[in-house]
Design a protein around this ligand. Structure first.
Ligand SMILES: NC(=O)c1ccc[n+]([C@@H]2O[C@H](COP(=O)([O-])OP(=O)(O)OC[C@H]3O[C@@H](n4cnc5c(N)ncnc54)[C@H](O)[C@@H]3O)[C@@H](O)[C@H]2O)c1
Length: 254
């Protein structure tokens, strides 16, 4: 996979999946702008001279506008965007407050929209092609009780992906999504804790139940998501547009 000469912005890249994606893009030769609520602290083993680390809260419009503008000025221009930043919360509908719903959408959906809009504005001005990869979730296609706002926010990302792929395709900008199932990260650890707390099962029982629901009987690792993100970002995926690809060991078949 060759990404030499490309400039990639990754959100939520301080740890786990976003960090693996940023490192995968560095290995493929891209200049990478790794962002998170606080500027990522990890050291790059490959391509350290091509790594830019910045703070970015994707739910804040002024921050997104400012960062993309500044990075387009400092580099040859962003042409790959990976919208990875995301939050999760356990909440039954009866307990869900408006602020819970709004926060979920502010980060997972509006944050994705804002980053795409600003990066695309730059691409259109420069008449450059680009690739946008949104990290959605199988939750956007499937039903996860107690996570209805999370699932709805990820379904919004899938809908955005489809429509923008059609709108931006003629401009040479591809838009795709990855729908992970269960990535072994702190977010998944929190899901397991919440299920245990709310069902009375032990953590070991919850883990076993989750693994059993996956035909391949294993969780995804951040590197699994990174490999697909790098592929979708690259010209090897030049005919792939508007897809929301499950990466879940066969858990969901929609
Ligand atoms: N872990 C899973 O099982 C799983 C499954 C499906 C989809 N996903 C999605 O994959 C993505 C990565 O998840 P993860 O498991 O690596 O989670 P994680 O919690 O380990 O990492 C998420 C990162 O996003 C950052 N973030 C949170 N709010 C932000 C904001 N407002 N602005 C910028 N950054 C922000 C966090 O600081 C964190 O570094 C998320 O979009 C998540 O919804 C995860």
């Amino acid at each position: 996979m060759e990404l030499k000469g490309k400039v990639a912005l990754v959100t939520g890249a301080g740890q786990s999946t976003g960090m693996a994606i940023a490192q995968g893009l560095l290995r493929a030769g891209a200049t990478v702008i790794a962002t998170d609520l606080e500027a990522p602290a990890w050291e790059a083993k490959v391509g350290a001279d091509r790594l830019i680390r910045e703070a970015l809260d994707v739910s804040q419009e002024d921050q997104v506008i400012g960062l993309v503008k500044e990075m387009n000025r400092r580099t040859t221009g962003i042409n790959v965007l990976v919208n990875n930043a995301g939050i999760y919360q356990w909440a039954l509908l009866k307990d869900m407050e408006l602020k819970d719903w709004e926060r979920m959408f502010a980060v997972n959906s509006t944050g994705t929209f804002l980053c795409i809009r600003e990066v695309v504005r730059g691409l259109l001005t420069r008449e450059a092609s680009g690739s946008i990869v949104n990290i959605a979730s199988v939750g956007g296609k499937n039903a996860f009780p107690s996570q209805s706002h999370y699932c709805a926010s990820k379904a919004a990302v899938i809908g955005l992906t489809r429509s923008l792929a059609v709108e931006l395709g003629p401009e040479g900008i591809r838009v795709n999504a990855i729908c992970p199932g269960s990535i072994d990260t702190p977010m998944l650890a929190k899901v397991r804790e919440d299920i245990a707390k709310n069902t009375g099962q032990s953590l070991a029982e919850v883990k076993k139940g989750m693994i059993t629901s996956i035909p391949l009987r294993r969780f995804q690792q951040p590197e699994d998501i990174a490999m697909l993100a790098v592929f979708l970002a690259s010209d090897n995926a030049r005919n792939i547009n508007g897809e929301s690809i499950n990466l879940d060991g066969g858990m969901v078949r929609d």
